[in-house]
Design a protein. Structure first.
Length: 461
């Protein structure tokens, strides 16, 4: 069973089993192996498993693909090859056939938001897992009565979802009854006792029991898109959502105040306001894009995007926001200008243009966010995508329209009830941000439920 060990020889090591056929690796959540590292490209490379073996091919990555330190474009993978994608190290392993018949669950397979039921597999000794823990002494021989018990006694390990004590991202495959702890295959020593493979705890040397998992119970049937729509309205108040609403709810009105009264301080205040507004809008768009990507990965609560580079994390999202606005709203603006100049044909075309822009914009925003590129606004991608999921997308548009109407009505009520303009502006801005986060969540759920039908990243595979 071929697999990759990510970060081999470190406490953060975890294993990913490779499926027959094409396996894509990259930073985007749509890849078979998602590596959330900034040095890894969105679609970095692919590994194809076929009768002739494993073949690795670079997909035009920014930082390149390296095998044992040498850059490669396409090559055959051999067991023990060390792969480097950006700053991420991987070890390619191909377990011998005789070890696949062992008892116990296999190495954990990590995919975005899911747990796959494994084939029956068992790690032999001498793998990279044991090399990573080579400094820990091999446990002493186990007495015969313990060996017999380990070979014939059913597992007493809990039947539940267990994660490794030392590697929280990895599902546990062994339970130490002495330590009362669960471990993954990287944290146990495996050897054959009387012809039977047995795991031993590296801490106390006791024989471990295989963790019994009810895989049918673990793999829950996915929720339909309709069933998740109402949950999107709770999304902005989870996790860091309230901080998102508070930060931008205060910052945007503050810039609005500077725009109104900055003329008193002269051109410098206006220039500072424009720069601050550009940075704030860029970061706001980056947050919404981050919400889309994390929701597509299965994350249930919003989180803040990291800012490691002003260009990559703020200015580049700002450029995508401006480009998206020009493409979607540009025709309507041009028709409006023509209508104000007395052109009757523009008056007739303007309403249709506004409606088309409203239909086009949500799917375009979703595509640009996931592809992380303004080229995804291409009508050759957006229009067929809308036609592939017409009813779910219509539901999204209806919910977005109702949300916009509700938001507009609540803002008017706030202006009437709250007589202090500053407070009503802050509350109205927070309400607007709330519905923006809801819209980002809905679009991400649409993609997560229908990504096979959309097939946006199938060309990379």
């Amino acid at each position: 069973m071929p697999r990759l060990v990510v970060n081999p020889g470190t406490p953060q090591a975890w294993a990913v089993a490779l499926k027959p056929g094409v396996n894509t690796l990259g930073r985007h959540p749509t890849n078979d192996v998602c590596l959330a590292d900034g040095s890894v490209s969105g679609n970095h490379c692919q590994i194809t498993l076929g009768p002739e073996g494993a073949r690795l091919r670079d997909l035009g990555s920014t930082n390149g693909t390296f095998i044992d330190g040498a850059p490669v474009q396409e090559t055959i993978l051999h067991p023990g090859a060390r792969i480097r994608l950006g700053a991420v190290e991987l070890l390619y392993e191909s377990l011998p056939a005789e070890t696949v018949s062992g008892s116990g669950p296999p190495a954990p397979v990590h995919e975005a938001g899911s747990v796959q039921a494994p084939d029956s597999a068992h790690h032999p000794s001498g793998t990279a897992a044991q090399q990573a823990g080579a400094a820990i002494p091999i446990p002493p021989p186990v007495p015969g009565h313990l060996q017999a018990r380990a070979a014939i006694q059913p597992s007493a390990a809990p039947v539940s979802v267990q994660y490794c004590r030392l590697h929280p991202r990895s599902l546990a495959r062994a339970w130490c009854p002495q330590c009362q702890k669960a471990y993954c295959d990287l944290c146990v020593h495996t050897r054959r006792v009387e012809g039977v493979s047995q795991d031993f705890c590296r801490s106390c040397g006791s024989a471990c029991e295989p963790v019994s998992l009810d895989w049918a119970g673990l793999v829950q049937p996915p929720k339909t898109f309709v069933a998740q729509v109402l949950g999107a309205f709770v999304y902005p108040v989870r996790g860091t959502g309230p901080f998102f609403l508070a930060f931008f709810g205060l910052a945007l009105p503050a810039l609005n105040w500077v725009a109104k009264y900055g003329f008193v301080a002269g051109p410098f205040a206006w220039g500072a306001m424009l720069v601050g507004l550009a940075l704030l809008v860029g970061y706001l768009y980056a947050c919404l894009q981050h919400f889309v990507i994390c929701s597509a990965q299965g994350q249930a609560a919003p989180s803040w995007p990291e800012v490691t580079s002003l260009w990559q994390d703020v200015l580049s999202p700002l450029m995508r926001f401006v480009g998206l606005g020009v493409v979607c709203a540009g025709p309507s603006i041009a028709l409006f200008v023509a209508a104000t100049q007395g052109h009757r044909w523009a008056v007739w075309l303007l309403p249709a243009s506004v409606v088309l822009a409203g239909v086009y914009l949500p799917m375009a925003f979703l595509a640009v966010s996931l592809f992380d590129s303004l080229t995804a606004v291409n009508p050759l991608l957006i229009v067929p995508s809308i036609l592939k999921v017409p009813l779910p997308y219509l539901l999204v548009l209806v919910v977005l329209a109702l949300g916009t109407l509700i938001e507009t009505g609540l803002v008017r009520v706030l202006e009437l009830v709250v007589q202090v303009p500053l407070i009503s502006t802050v509350l109205g801005t927070a309400l607007w941000l709330y519905f923006l986060a809801v819209q980002a969540r809905l679009l991400a759920l649409l993609y997560a439920c229908y990504k096979e039908r959309l097939g946006w990243f199938s060309s990379a595979t």
